[in-house]
Design a protein around this ligand. Sequence first.
Ligand code: CUA
Length: 321
Amino acid sequence: MTPISGVLPEATNHAADIDYIFKFMAVAAMAIFLIVEGFLLYFVLKYRMRPGDDPEALGSNIHGNTRLELVWSAIPALFLIVLSGMCYKVYFDIIAPHADAYVIDVTASQFSWTCTHPEYNVTEYSSCHMPMGEQITLNLKATDVIHSFWVPEFRVKQDAVPGYPTRMHFETTRVGTYHLICAEFCGVGHAYMRANVYVMTKSDFLAWIKQQQQAQAAPVGQVSFKKDIETLFAAHCMACHISNNLGGLSLATYNGLLKGGAIVPGSVFKAGDHKDSVIWKIIQPGTGQPGGNRMPLGGPYLSSHDINTIAAWIDQGAKNN
Ligand code: CUA
């Protein structure tokens, strides 16, 4: 029976167990529905009013039936005990840590996800790569409000809570690209707080890690907006600044961002002088926000390579090329 996994693949070791509980509940609920509605229909037909019956007639008053009441209390109680047992078993499987698990630090901020691979010193934004067939431990933290890490194909879900580190364990069982969705309402950009999760074979994963390490170490040369800057904006700024209602950054022209410059002191871009450009000041981790606007800069933010790229782009004239 695959009504769930046929639509939504099972991508972790917990998925089949959780689907089983769903199916168990669905079948039990269906059986209860059929029994209750069946008796209802039967009584409606059997005791319907027939021609010649007295329309004012009163039915007999029946009080109490201890045996019946015990039975209809005991059956649901037994059902709940069985269900609790099943759930506890799966729950303890989910929360059990594994000593040799591959660790990923996940930071949730309004409104983006950041995944850091401490073993390789690689950080990625709005995506999360992980190897297939391995135990994974996610260390979750939130920099502002409560968010929730949810990948439907993984079936498991865990809140990220400010000031309270949380953890999540699973084994990846299926190569693929999945959607990471924030499942806790966290503000105006909640609906945009999505990222891709890539489960790759171990060799593909290690190749990706190597590629990231090389990219981080590469010197910054000639910078192109389309190639180097737009992806950074898309990963970091877009969730809040995509529309006119939310700060007015248009990625096509970044006119909105320049318009935003009216409320912050100084120029947004000063060609040849990135240190005096508001945009460059804003992207420094741990700095105050010019104009008093709050941006989620508390977490692991742009890598130094990203910041150098933006600095070079400003110095090269902040062109839309
Ligand atoms: Cu973060 Cu909803």
